[in-house]
Design a protein. Structure first.
Ligand SMILES: *[C@@H]1O[C@H](CO)[C@@H](O)[C@H](O)[C@H]1NC(C)=O
Ligand SMILES: *[C@@H]1O[C@H](CO)[C@@H](O)[C@H](O)[C@H]1NC(C)=O
Ligand SMILES: *[C@@H]1O[C@H](CO)[C@@H](O)[C@H](O)[C@H]1NC(C)=O
Length: 249
């Protein structure tokens, strides 16, 4: 017998359009983040390319964005508008991935504020009936000299803040930071540099090859977190097997 409090919660979830069961509807993914998510240099389009119709998505990542400027610039309201427009037809997921710019002294954003901003983002998505995926920052591929398998763990604190924000909001963590750091450490500096953007010296952003590899890493992490989503992705076992067995892909 369902306790009345739980029954009420279930009924209000239905009324507000909240997902009542995992994968009751096909997924839509809206990507909120900085340049490491954005079109041309981020993993976002690599993730979207793995989706199988009727699953859909849109990359709203913005180069240079912090958790504050993303909101101030109107990008966040576009994300929330897309959630509002899609929750009736789709299980609507929002990847939230920041840190690369928030962590700079010039951002004026403390680690505590960063975490608060992530919590606010996640709660807003939940209130709209969407599903936040707190996605820890893609690792940088900067290796101290002589340490070709020990990339600098420069987003450690931002990762922990995102994990804590997820815990505090009951959200799912997509731990891209841990996975990408472990992967570039396994394959080593020379291999990791083949994903570098532009002239090959940009160790933060991804070229097209890197977009495919790290986009696949994110889709695999999403499937791991929400196994019922698997049928909405086009698999590439060769690529996934390479990534998760620490082989260069
Ligand atoms: C938000 O979306 C609208 C409509 O697609 C677009 O015109 C506008 O440029 C977007 N705003 C930002 C800040 O990207
Ligand atoms: C990796 O580098 C960190 C400093 O960035 C250092 O503390 C650690 O000992 C290094 N690990 C290995 C295995 O060399
Ligand atoms: C799967 O990934 C491999 C390795 O990156 C790539 O060579 C191949 O073209 C991909 N297959 C498909 C069907 O996309």
């Amino acid at each position: 017998m369902l306790h009345p409090v739980f029954l009420m919660a279930a009924l209000s979830a239905v009324a507000s359009g909240r997902p009542t069961a995992d994968c009751a509807k096909p997924p839509a993914f809206f990507l909120a983040g900085d340049s490491t998510t954005a079109i041309d240099g981020g993993w976002g389009d690599g993730l979207l390319a793995t989706l199988k119709s009727p699953a859909t998505g849109l990359n709203i990542g913005k180069s240079g964005a912090t958790t504050a400027s993303f909101r101030a610039g109107g990008y966040w309201s576009n994300v929330t508008q897309h959630v509002k427009d899609n929750v009736a037809k789709f299980d609507t997921y929002v990847t939230i991935s920041f840190g690369h710019n928030d962590q700079k002294d010039t951002s004026g954003i403390s680690l505590a504020q960063f975490k608060t901003n992530l919590i606010t983002f996640a709660n807003e998505i939940k209130d709209l009936g969407g599903i936040p995926l707190l996605t820890t920052s893609l690792t940088r591929r900067a290796f101290p000299s002589g340490q070709d398998h020990n990339a600098t763990d420069s987003l450690h604190d931002q990762r922990l803040a995102a994990i804590d924000a997820a815990k505090q909001t009951g959200s799912t963590v997509i731990d891209l930071n841990a996975a990408s750091l472990a992967y570039v450490n396994a394959i080593g500096k020379t291999a990791a540099y083949t994903y570098n953007y532009g002239d090959g010296t940009d160790t933060t952003h991804l070229n097209e090859h890197g977009t495919v590899v790290f986009g696949r890493m994110v889709s695999d992490l999403i499937i791991r977190a929400k196994p019922c989503l698997e049928s909405y992705f086009v698999p590439n076992e060769t690529l996934s097997n390479a990534i998760w067995s620490n082989q260069y892909a």
